[in-house]
Design a binder for this molecule. Structure first.
Ligand code: SAH
Length: 262
């Protein structure tokens, strides 16, 4: 078994090494083997999340090594995140991902997670306008086209696009997408410099956001040799509108940036 030399970060609820040590160990030779290995390793625990991930073949989104539990390049300097990170994101958001929920996926990249999120909030047999909606936002037009094409590789994905239950939009995700707000859940797939208040404003009450945020002044991370800290924050907007923020574990994401110059 692969053992990671890092020790758990003392201040974190989940050990900092968890995501790193499980990479590759959970890989599979098929999509279902990969998801089953994530489930066995306790990285994906929720049955609805497991089913939603089983319903999306990663080969349509990460063609080079689709069933490896590691990030893969998708062009334009972007990567599709590792499967265990997609699993973590869904696990943290799942209570807010119900049939009919509205979701914003910022930094949608390959479109893989957008598709998994859609499986959690839509009913494939329903044509009701009240069915769920997932909006994927990326600031690179070529990646928005790629996500669209990737989803259309499966009949289920194509139906989600054709029915308007999944939309991909070119925009600066740091501003969210106010036309679709309020959202029951917001997922951010690239590291923000700060907890952008405009994103919190676009959450429904109740609603939840999963967002990696840079924490350059985190001395404890530096002293562990982990570099400047970057952490997942789970931000809850409660029913009464009050905000609860929690830093849950350390990660390494590409940054949310200005679009590359043409
Ligand atoms: N969830 C995606 C992650 C892709 S990597 C996946 O697993 O496939 C992060 C993505 O964030 C890239 O596609 C990048 O183009 C996008 N991104 C970076 N800065 C952005 C910004 N300001 N607005 C929107 N998207 C951004």
């Amino acid at each position: 078994m692969f053992r990671c030399p890092l020790r758990p970060h003392p201040r974190l609820k989940q050990p900092a090494f968890r995501c790193i040590s499980m990479a590759w160990y959970c890989s599979g030779s098929t999509n279902s083997e990969l998801i089953q290995n994530l489930f066995r390793a306790d990285l994906v625990k929720n049955e609805r999340v497991t089913k939603a991930m089983l319903g999306v073949d990663r080969a349509h989104y990460a063609p080079s090594r689709p069933y490896s539990d590691s990030p893969q390049p998708i062009g334009h300097g972007a990567t599709i995140s590792a499967p265990h990170m997609h699993g973590h994101a869904c696990e943290y958001l799942v209570d807010f991902l119900n049939p009919g929920s509205r979701v914003l996926d910022i930094g949608s990249g390959s479109g893989y997670l957008t598709h998994v999120l859609a499986n959690l909030v839509t009913n494939p047999l329903s044509n009701e306008a009240s069915d769920g909606l997932v909006i994927g936002v990326d600031h690179i037009p070529e990646l928005v086209d790629l996500a669209h094409r990737n989803m259309c590789k499966s009949n289920e994905g194509r139906r989600l696009i054709d029915s308007g239950k999944v939309k991909f939009i070119v925009a600066d995700g740091r501003l969210g997408w106010k036309e679709g707000a309020p959202y029951d859940a917001i997922h951010v797939g690239a590291a923000a410099e700060k907890l952008h208040s405009v994103l919190v404003e676009q959450l429904r009450a109740p609603g939840r956001m999963f967002i990696p945020v840079d924490d350059e002044f985190d001395q404890s991370a530096l002293s562990l040799g982990l570099g400047a800290g970057q952490y997942i924050w789970v931000v809850d907007k409660k029913e009464d509108g009050s905000i609860h923020k929690e830093k849950v574990f350390q990660v390494s994401y590409v940054p949310l940036t200005d679009p590359p110059a043409k």
